[in-house]
Design a binder for this molecule. Structure first.
Ligand code: ZN
Length: 422
C-alpha cells in the first residue's frame, strides 16, 4: 500500500518529474539520471556523493548515514523516512539496495535535503538542485517570521509553481513546527492482573505470559517515544486488569492523538502444526474479513470474561461506530498507521510478516483516534516466545514501533494542518 501511495504521488507530479537531476555546485554542473522503479523515482547514491559533497556510511543492518553539508540523514532500507537530528522526515519511497548500490528516492533530494541542510535549494521548474556556499549577509532579519509554523513542509511540494527564475538565497532549516501542545500517544499493554492473556510456548515446561510481555514492551515503547519528544499515556503501567472499554476511555480522557495496543498472538491448537506458527501482524478496527481475523478478534475480546461489568462490546456498538463519519476518517488513518507499523517491524522481526489486517476489537472501538493493535509475535512458538520476551527483541520491537509512530505522526500532522487528504 505504501508503494501504491508513492506511485500515486508520482502520477500527480508526473508532469514535472525530470529525466535527470541536475546538481549545480559553483561552476560545476552534474547530471544524475533519475531511475523509474516500481517504488517511484530513485537516484543512485554513488552518483550523487561527489556532486553533493556528501559521504555515505553503511552499517551492518541495512542502515545508512548520509552526511551532507554537516547534516546527517539516517536511512534504513525498506523504511520510507529519514531521521535528521532526532526528527522523522517522510520520504515518497523507502531507500532500496539493488546490486549492492543504495538507491534513494528523488524526494530525499528535492524535498527533504533543502529543508534540513543549509546551502541547498531545489528548483522544481528546472529540475535543478543548487548547492550554495551560504552567505550570511544575505539573510533578511525577519524572513523566518513570514512563514507560519509548519508551512515549510506543507508547501515544499508546490515550490515550483510560485518560484521565479531569480535564484533565491538558501534558507536555513526552518524551526520544527512548534505544536500548540505536545502530541499524546496512548500505549496500551494488553491484558494484566487476573487476565494473563496467552501462555506459551507449546510443549515447553517454562511458560511466558502475554500480560508480562505486553507490559514490558509497552514500557520500552513509552521510553522510546518519550525520548523522541512525544507525551505518552499508559492505560496500565503495572500488572493490573483494566476493562477493554476503559482502555479507550483512558485514551479519550487524556486527549490521545493515537492509540497503540500491544498483544501477543497464540496459535489455534487445531492447526496442523500449531507450535510452528509465527510472525507478526497489525490490526486496525473494521469488520473481520477472514476466519483468521475473526479468530484473533475473538481471542483478544475474550478478555471481557474477566470483567465484572461487561456491558459494551456487542456487534451493534461496532456497527454504530463504523458508520460514524468521524470514525471513518480514523479508519483511514488507522489503516495508514497499521501499514507504517507493519513496515517498520519487517526490518527487525525475525518472523514473517503476516500483513495488515482488520477485525472488530472491542479495545479499539471506544478510542476516538487513529488506533491499531499489534500482535508482536506468536508466544506459542518457542523461538518467537524467546524473541518477544527477551531484552534484545523487546528493545528492537519498541524501537521499530516508535520509529513508525514518528513517521506516521509527521504525515498525519501535515494532513491535518493542510486540511486535505494525501
Ligand atoms: Zn492479547
Amino acid at each position: 500500500m505504501i508503494a501504491l501511495l508513492a506511485a500515486l504521488v508520482l502520477l500527480q507530479q508526473g508532469a514535472e518529474l525530470p529525466a535527470a537531476l541536475t546538481v549545480h555546485a559553483g561552476e560545476r554542473s552534474s547530471s544524475i539520471p533519475v531511475v523509474s522503479t516500481r517504488l517511484g523515482a530513485m537516484v543512485r547514491s554513488d552518483e550523487l556523493l561527489s556532486p553533493l559533497g556528501a559521504v555515505l556510511l553503511r552499517d551492518a543492518l541495512g542502515r545508512f548515514r548520509l552526511v551532507v553539508g554537516g547534516t546527517e540523514l539516517q536511512l534504513t532500507t525498506g523504511l520510507a523516512f529519514a531521521k535528521v537530528r532526532g526528527a522523522t522526515e517522510p520520504l515518497a519511497a523507502a531507500p532500496t539496495v539493488l546490486d549492492g548500490i543504495l538507491y534513494l528516492p528523488l524526494s530525499l533530494l528535492t524535498d527533504v535535503l533543502p529543508r534540513v541542510a543549509t546551502g541547498y535549494l531545489y528548483d522544481a521548474r528546472l529540475g535543478e538542485l543548487r548547492r550554495f556556499t551560504p552567505v550570511v549577509a544575505d539573510r533578511r532579519p525577519n524572513e523566518d517570521r513570514a512563514s507560519p509554523a509548519g508551512a515549510g513542509s506543507a508547501s515544499a511540494g508546490s515550490a515550483g509553481a510560485s518560484a521565479k527564475a531569480r535564484p533565491t538565497p538558501p534558507r536555513a532549516a526552518p524551526p520544527r513546527a512548534a505544536a500548540t501542545r505536545r502530541t499524546v500517544v496512548v500505549v496500551d499493554a494488553g491484558h494484566g492482573g487476573r487476565d494473563r492473556g496467552m501462555r506459551g510456548p507449546l510443549g515447553a515446561s517454562r511458560k511466558v505470559f502475554e500480560a508480562d510481555i505486553t507490559l514490558s514492551v509497552a514500557k520500552r515503547l513509552r521510553d522510546e517515544l518519550t525520548r523522541r519528544g512525544v507525551e505518552v499515556v499508559m492505560t496500565r503501567s503495572t500488572d493490573t486488569l483494566i476493562a477493554l472499554a476503559d482502555r479507550g476511555r483512558i485514551a479519550n480522557r487524556n486527549h490521545g492523538d493515537l492509540f497503540l495496543s500491544i498483544h501477543v498472538n497464540a496459535a489455534n491448537p487445531r492447526w496442523r502444526n500449531p507450535a510452528g506458527a509465527r510472525g507478526f501482524e497489525t490490526y486496525f478496527l473494521s469488520e473481520a474479513k477472514t476466519d483468521d481475523e475473526r479468530r484473533v478478534a475473538a481471542l483478544e475480546n475474550e478478555a471481557m470474561k474477566y470483567e465484572v461489568e461487561a456491558e459494551a462490546g456487542d456487534g451493534d456498538a461496532l456497527s454504530f461506530i463504523l458508520n460514524d463519519m468521524k470514525q471513518n476518517e480514523f479508519l483511514r488513518e488507522s489503516s495508514d498507521l497499521a501499514e507504517t507499523v507493519q513496515e517498520a517491524l519487517k526490518v527487525v522481526h525475525p518472523g514473517t510478516s503476516r500483513g495488515v489486517k482488520q477485525a472488530g476489537f472491542v479495545v479499539l472501538v471506544g478510542a476516538f483516534m487513529p488506533s491499531v493493535l499489534v500482535e508482536i509475535g506468536f508466544g506459542t512458538n518457542p523461538a518467537e516466545a524467546a524473541y518477544i520476551s527477551g531484552a534484545r527483541g523487546q528493545r528492537e520491537l519498541a524501537d521499530a514501533i516508535a520509529d513508525a509512530t514518528m513517521a506516521y505522526l509527521a504525515r498525519y500532522t501535515t494532513r491535518r494542518t493542510s486540511g486535505g487528504t494525501p
